[in-house]
Design a protein around this ligand. Structure first.
Ligand code: ADP
Length: 420
């Protein structure tokens, strides 16, 4: 393993893994810190944690456990991945986790660079922009858990660490990798531990990636990952792969499970329902999660027998969701539906389904857990940030896991059409 990554949430992990595959590294994503070595030897591993908004000391402990496992697997460089909007509070968790990883690695300096120009996240003079506006003027200012009201990353990170934070300005970045490396050396000599690095386009990310060659730890969004594989190739450690996204053929029936109620998922459900069997889960009619799953299974029996792809969904308009929530309570409704999808996924696999598209971050989490999936090999992107993956376990499964607002309107059928 060359690159060992720790991501602070699940979809962020997939985003990073997808980027590494695109840049030519075979990548596996694990769900939490694995309890044993992987049965394969990828170029990069991304350990997906759920540590973005938990107490800082728990985030530190989990990140250190992930680091220890990745080191045990022989990783040569480490990457701490956070959101491209630098989601955090004055209590952390970016600063505390980065400090703990630096200490554990015995390293003095790392970078902080959430830039992702393709998605319009750019950094200039240390200020993070989201599209045309400063982070602090974007909708992130009212995020329920991590409201971002200051766009100056040197200040934001400075409140999360006792160590020195300073800027590598765009003026240096634009001069290329050597100039950036010289800036790192100067900052390190000045006792700086965290270098916020400006980046406004992909050429900047490539130069920053190259300049990070000798850093034990990189902390960033997924953008900087674009520029790291070139270092391993230049050092003769990584072959020029054209097949980094290749996955094994997975034969078997297909199904789509949708528990997301986002606007984009509602469109995707409507699009598939026009031409395929679409079974609605009814949390108000069912006595239990098992009963809900069994009722859906009965309605899809014909399609399953004929190996025709079908859709099972709880996706609903806001008014319907509100009705379900007021009858069952918000938490209970979510839990019941997630559980039903978990039971359903397990029963579908028992009956020969091998290709599953799942919509909804929490829903995907419930399905992956019910199927006992521990790691995913990352394949080709279906839409930006959403790749096909294969899960190896008792049975090999093809899984496409999509969070709420991702994917084009025809995402479900488009995903299935990509498989041979
Ligand atoms: P997204 O990625 O769009 O946020 P999630 O799966 O993460 O989707 O979250 C959707 C949540 O809403 C889940 O907890 C799910 O169980 C719940 N849910 C889905 N359908 C309904 C419904 N019809 N009524 C109430 N809650 C629902």
């Amino acid at each position: 393993m060359l690159l060992g990554c720790i991501a602070d949430d699940f979809t962020g992990a997939t985003d990073l893994a997808s980027m590494l595959v695109r840049a030519g590294m075979r990548t596996v994503q694990t769900i939490g810190v694995p309890s044993r070595p992987l049965g394969e030897a990828p170029d990069a591993v991304v350990v997906a944690l759920k540590s973005r908004t938990i107490p800082a000391r728990d985030a530190v402990a989990q990140s250190l456990a992930a680091l220890a496992w990745l080191r045990g697997q022989g990783a040569k460089q480490f990457y701490f991945k956070y959101c491209s909007t630098f989601d955090s509070t004055d209590a952390g968790n970016i600063g505390p986790v980065a400090d703990a990883l630096l200490d554990a690695l015995g390293a003095k300096l790392t970078i902080a660079c959430p830039a992702f120009p393709t998605n319009k996240r750019t950094i200039y003079l240390g200020h993070l922009f989201v599209g045309d506006v400063l982070l602090s003027d974007s909708p992130m200012r009212d995020h329920p858990l991590t409201p971002m009201r200051d766009a100056n990353l040197v200040r934001v990170l400075g409140r999360q660490t006792r160590r020195k934070v300073a800027l590598v300005p765009h003026e240096a970045v634009a001069k290329g990798a050597d100039a950036i490396r010289a800036a790192f050396a100067k900052l390190e000599a000045d006792g700086v531990a965290h270098a916020v690095v400006d980046a406004i386009d992909d050429a900047d990310l490539m130069a920053i990636g190259s300049a990070c060659r000798d850093l034990a730890l990189v902390t960033a969004g997924s953008g900087v990952a674009l520029g790291l594989p070139q270092n391993f190739r230049a050092a003769g450690l990584l072959p020029a792969r054209t097949d980094a996204a290749a996955l094994p053929d997975v034969k078997g029936a297909s199904a789509v499970l949708s528990g997301s109620c986002s606007a984009q998922t509602r469109k995707q459900v409507a699009a598939m329902a026009r031409t395929h069997t679409a079974v609605a889960l009814d949390p108000l009619a069912a006595a239990s999660a098992e009963a809900m799953a069994d009722a859906a299974l009965a309605q899809a029996a014909g399609d399953l027998a004929a190996q025709r792809p079908f859709l099972v969904y709880s996706t609903a308009e806001p008014a319907q969701v509100a009705k379900v929530q007021s009858a069952l309570g918000r938490e209970r409704a979510a839990e019941l539906i997630e559980q039903a999808f978990g039971v359903l996924a397990a029963r579908l696999v028992e009956r020969g389904v091998r290709r599953l598209v799942v919509a909804g971050g929490e829903t995907a989490g419930a399905v992956v857990q019910a199927l006992g999936v521990e790691s995913l090999a990352i394949g080709p992107a279906i839409d930006p940030g959403v790749p096909w993956t294969t899960a190896r376990g008792r049975t090999t499964l093809a899984l496409a896991l999509k969070s709420g607002n991702f994917g084009s309107d025809d995402f479900f059928l488009k995903s299935l059409a990509m498989l041979p």
